[in-house]
Design a protein around this ligand. Structure first.
Ligand code: GAP
Length: 515
């Protein structure tokens, strides 16, 4: 992860927001290459989700909506995370991501006893933040505590519990992850994650508005307006890409959990009598295939079905597509069957009927919905993690040296082709290379580079994931005969193979690879 973060900064993909002022936690800026990469992700999703389908239409709703929207959706009352404060360090943690364990010793006389046995002796508590190593970390800390206290006997099995499960009398005994000492953690408290602002000249309660925590409510609030424009028939979807804001307690893991992020959500409306499970499965498979189409390795994607007892009250079923990030396997894309909860709530709160009239059956009903919801930033991070590779390549003299390569799928790569004149001090080569650049530039993002040895120029492009490099040399100018005149060397990033391609064939070749 450290290598990826440092590459992102060094090559202009991602910077900490307001870094010159010390940064602001949970906010990120996308530099020149990051901006291209994000745009490619958005464009691919929009093309595949909206433009290439007959049953889905697009929407761009406003970020700030009527505050009642968030009452109807349940966000004002229920969009809470349990939060724990450390009174000494002033750090704040999410209670469900903070794990603790009782450290219990089985007396030597009863080696068969387990932690539930009343004869075990509790010698203290250990704590760890959620990660792939939480259990191991708790165990290591328990062994260390037993050693420090010089207590004999066998350690009972470690049982990790999250902080929401701590009994009131245990709270003061559990050490803070910030200080390592007990006594400074507060009991968990509900914390609403919506960011507030005021609209208009007044600063009182009546002027409070929220920055949307999801784009989804725009689709529900505009459902009637879209149906009334007459272009759609159930089953159909409304898709939107846009910024969302959440006052996350613990923004972390680079851009994985931020306070400002971008969502790509689609609400797919189906008949109340249709088989929702069939559509749920259809959208899970669609999303998985789409992730693979943008270069996310299939082997790093898995499915997680939310257990029935943990589903939101309106959800019939939620499946997350998970990705193996370097910091653990985490949610990438949630596909939820939301029933008709949202439309029913907006009917009740707004007084506007959200019923749909089915012409064929002459029946009125409130449609049910399947919602695939994903974050652009999480996809971008998964793409970066899946693409990052270190291998070896020959230098100018054929000696092998290590190289860093981002193996982006060509359709997602920020730059599709780099164009090099072999030498920068030969005006004919430079002029020809610039002509090739101008030929390709209206259709593709290309980059012209004349600085340094060719090998170094290749390495620079490998590191930012450019799939093709084109070198204009003396053969291109016709100095080695007519056969090679107006051909360039095309070098493939992954195989490092080079071939001669006619300038006239470059554009169709590249377009076939990157579309
Ligand atoms: N409308 C449903 C909804 O918003 P969610 O699971 O809360 O569901 C959907 O969010 C997706 O948005 C997540 O799967 C994730 O990809 C992305 N996401 C959510 N919170 C995020 C955050 N704080 N930072 C970055 N991405 C986030």
């Amino acid at each position: 992860m450290e290598k990826i973060v440092s590459l992102c900064k060094r090559r202009g993909f991602i910077f900490q927001s307001s870094e010159i002022y010390g940064g602001i936690n949970g906010f990120w800026d996308y530099g020149p290459l990051g901006a291209e990469l994000r745009k490619n992700i958005r464009d691919c999703w929009w093309n595949d989700m909206v433009r290439r389908r007959d049953d889905i239409v697009g929407l761009e709703s406003s970020i700030i909506m009527h505050p009642k929207v968030w009452e109807a959706s349940g966000h004002v009352a229920g969009f809470n995370d349990p939060m724990v404060d450390c009174k000494v360090s002033k750090q704040r943690f999410r209670a469900d991501q903070l794990f603790f364990a009782r450290v219990e010793i089985i007396p030597e006389a009863s080696a068969e006893t387990t932690h539930s046995d009343p004869s075990t002796q509790t010698i203290g508590y250990v704590v760890a933040l959620e990660s792939d190593r939480t259990d191991e970390e708790l165990r290591e800390k328990a062994i260390e505590l037993k050693r420090k206290k010089s207590i004999r006997g066998q350690l009972a099995p470690i049982v990790a519990l999250d902080f929401t499960q701590a009994k009131p009398e245990e709270i003061t005994l559990i050490p803070s992850p910030a200080t390592g000492e007990p006594g400074s953690l507060t009991a968990p408290r509900a914390f609403n994650m919506m960011l507030q602002t005021h609209v208009g000249a007044l600063r009182d309660e009546s002027a409070i508005a929220y920055l949307r925590p999801e784009t989804a409510q725009g689709m529900f609030a505009d459902f009637k307006a879209i149906v009334d424009t007459g272009r759609v028939k159930v089953p159909f979807g409304i898709a939107q890409i846009g910024k969302s804001f959440r006052n996350e307690i613990t923004p972390r893991n680079f851009i994985f959990r931020s306070r400002e992020f971008e969502q790509m959500e689609m609400e797919y409306f189906i008949s109340d009598q249709d088989d929702w499970m069939k559509w749920h499965r259809y959208w899970i498979d669609w999303c998985r295939d789409w992730l693979i189409s943008v270069g996310i390795p299939a082997a790093q994607i898995s499915e997680y079905n939310h257990p029935k007892e943990k589903l939101s009250h309106y959800s019939k079923g939620t499946t997350d597509l998970m990705f193996q990030y370097p910091f653990g396997t985490q949610e990438l894309w949630g596909i939820a069957a939301r029933g008709n909860y949202d439309l029913s709530q907006h009917s009740r709160f707004s007084g506007t009927s959200m019923e749909y009239f089915d012409e064929a059956s002459k029946r009125k009903y409130i449609p049910h919905v399947i919602e695939p919801a994903v974050g652009v930033d999480r996809i971008l991070l998964a793409i970066l993690c899946g693409a990052y590779t270190e291998d070896e390549a020959p230098d100018e003299k054929g000696k092998m040296e290590s190289r860093v390569v981002l193996r982006f799928a060509p359709r997602i790569a920020p730059i599709k082709a780099a164009i090099f004149p072999l030498l920068k001090n030969k005006p004919e080569l430079v002029a020809k290379a610039k002509a090739v650049r101008d030929l390709l530039r209206p259709h593709l993002t290309v980059f012209y580079d004349e600085a340094g040895a060719i090998g170094r120029r290749y390495r620079r492009q490998d590191e930012i994931g450019t799939p093709f490099c084109l070198t204009i040399d003396f053969e291109t100018l016709g100095e080695k005969g007519d056969d090679l005149k107006d051909t360039v060397t095309l070098r493939d990033r992954d195989s490092m193979k080079q071939e001669r391609v006619k300038v006239s064939e470059l554009l169709p070749f590249l377009l076939s690879k990157v579309c």
